[in-house]
Design a protein around this ligand. Structure first.
Ligand code: G4P
Length: 529
């Protein structure tokens, strides 16, 4: 197959949702369609069960599973589909944000009863800002839930999307009769009995037909006819270009658990979802069709075996082909590296591959060369943008608890930060090290991993910080900035990139500081330049 055809047939996407909306279940059903797995239950849930926050074995188990399910690839209808897993747990939200830099589109899963939840809002915000094409799947239609039109309103208002339903439910919960597919113009009926099994569907192509009345009853049939008329009247007509530009989001309804409405979603997805998209580097826009290879690291995963400290760096291929044993330039280190055993990912396993194409993810064994955001090329010096750090929510001093192991501790901290587990800030005043995280769970992960992988011990000490703000002065030499540096010295730190950060102890302090030093910009993400 030609290089261009290989690009054409790739779809790389992520499924995002609030925990428990059905992301894992949907992923599994998609894999079943692709024939990548044979039975339900084969994909392990990649989430930390409730109440497991202090269970280290659970954290380790989670890490093991997340390596296996980081990328799930399968073929459907001649299309190569790569699903990038995004952790649902909010303490790992930053990992999800980074993974979103490597997807070409997303499917947003929403629970019909719970509607739009907090985590969905945050993730969709990021996708909207980047104009990532999104398809919405409203799940659990076999249960009682919110009215479909109310839900569409909620999606529009809370998520700021412009939606158009491409399928619509006939009844809900106990009364759920099936869905009308506006995309394919047919009806699929839900046979209420064996709700746990893969669904048989009956298709009718004409909404006005008597057959519909016979199948779902007069009441449901006339209601559906009215609803569809309403949909056609109030929602915009689906337009693929608008969808691809992130300006219009099609919505599907179904039940992942019952495998109902999933085929419709998948068929539409392979038809409309984007093939690998061009990506902006600091220097220029890079197109997938370009002959020379380039890619970037969006995730690093530590080896599960503590005796083996190598890690797996996940690289998204942006352009050209990635070939085994060919030397590539590690741009940040200006060093050529060769990879003798790059991994490609299939359903739940990984295998060594000789060649990979744009849209694909390769897993590269790494002994500490990579950090998140690094660019690899065939020789050109370009740097991919767009792996931001957000202000952490929690801040603690980290102290060395074993003076003989200081070297191990600092090496461990350094590598864990490169993996993106947390952020490190070094105080300007006294050089003390502060770890900032999105969730409290990370502190336990760090402590545990430092001890088991690096043989180092640490303790933490609370630090009262509300937000870390990256500081951007208009002019480094003006008096205002000099005064700011002097007055706020106690609250200033450097991040790992040596960028200046202001650690504000409250929202009030931050506002006052902003007022007092209007020529300085304070950013809550590191990606401002
Ligand atoms: P997540 O990855 O988004 O966190 O969600 P996951 O797929 O694990 O689903 C969360 C729960 O919702 C699971 O139940 C799952 O079986 C259920 N679920 C998913 N899709 C549907 C659906 O279409 N209808 C109904 N009724 N339930 C659905 P659980 O009891 O938490 O887990 P399990 O014991 O069934 O694995």
């Amino acid at each position: 197959m030609s290089f261009l055809k290989e690009i054409e047939r790739r779809r790389t996407f992520g499924i995002i949702s609030h925990p428990d909306a059905g992301k894992t279940t949907l992923t599994e059903k998609l894999l079943l369609f692709g024939g990548a797995i044979q039975e339900a239950g084969a994909v392990k849930s990649n989430k930390i069960k409730k109440g497991a926050t202090s269970d280290f074995m659970e954290i380790e188990r989670q890490r093991g599973i997340s390596v296996a399910t980081s990328v799930l690839a399968f073929e459907y209808d001649g299309i190569k589909i790569n699903i990038l897993d995004t952790p649902g747990h909010k303490d790992f939200a930053e990992d999800t944000f980074r993974t979103l830099t490597a997807v070409d589109s997303v499917i947003v899963v929403i629970d019909v009863a719970k509607g739009v939840e907090e985590q969905t809002e945050k993730l969709v915000d990021v996708c909207r800002m980047r104009n990532i094409p999104m398809i919405v799947f409203i799940n659990k239609l076999d249960r009682e839930g919110k009215d479909a039109f109310d839900l569409l309103d909620e999606v529009e208002q809370k998520l700021g999307l412009r939606v158009t339903p491409l399928s619509f439910p006939i009844g809900m919960g106990y009364d759920f009769k099936g869905i009308y597919n506006l995309w394919e113009k047919n009806v699929n009926l839900f046979s209420g009995d064996s709700r746990k099994n893969i669904e048989e569907t009956i298709e009718i192509s004409d909404l006005a037909s008597e057959e519909l009345t016979n199948l779902v009853g007069e009441k449901a049939a006339s209601r559906l006819r009215e609803e569809v008329e309403l949909i056609e009247g109030i929602y915009p007509k689906f337009d693929k270009i608008e969808y691809l530009n992130g300006e219009l989001q099609p919505v599907f309804f179904g039940s992942a658990l019952n495998n109902f409405g999933v085929r419709e979603l998948l068929d539409c997805f392979v038809e409309i979802a984007p093939k690998p998209r061009p990506k902006q580097s600091e220097e220029r826009l890079v197109k997938p069709e370009e002959k020379t290879f380039s890619g970037f690291v969006f995730k690093i995963h530590a080896n599960m075996d503590p005796n083996h400290r190598d890690r797996l760096a996940f690289v998204k291929i942006v352009s050209g082909t990635f070939e085994r044993n060919k030397p590539y330039l590690h741009v940040r280190h200006n060093k050529k590296l060769k990879f003798s055993s790059p991994n490609a990912f299939f359903a739940e396993k990984k295998e060594i591959v000789d060649i990979s194409y744009p849209g694909d993810i390769v897993g590269l064994h790494d002994t500490g060369n990579f950090k998140i955001g690094d660019t690899l090329t065939e020789g050109e010096t370009i740097n991919y943008k767009g792996i931001p750090s957000f202000s952490p929510e929690h801040f603690r001093y980290i102290n060395n608890a074993d003076p003989l192991k200081a070297k191990q501790l600092y090496k461990g901290i350094d590598q864990l930060m490169d993996e993106g587990v947390a952020q490190l800030f070094t105080l300007e005043l006294n050089g003390r090290k502060v770890i900032g995280t999105v969730g409290a769970l990370q502190y336990e992960v760090i402590q545990y991993r430092l001890e088991h992988e690096y043989g180092a011990k640490c303790t933490y000490e609370n630090l009262n910080v509300h937000k870390a703000c990256w500081v951007e002065p208009t002019d480094k030499n003006n008096e205002e900035f000099k005064e700011f540096l002097r007055v706020k010295q106690r609250f200033l730190a450097k991040d790992k990139q040596n960028q200046l950060v202001f650690l504000a102890d409250s929202m009030f302090t931050l506002q006052m500081t902003q007022q007092k030093y209007p020529s300085i910009k304070f950013h809550l993400t590191s990606e401002y330049n």
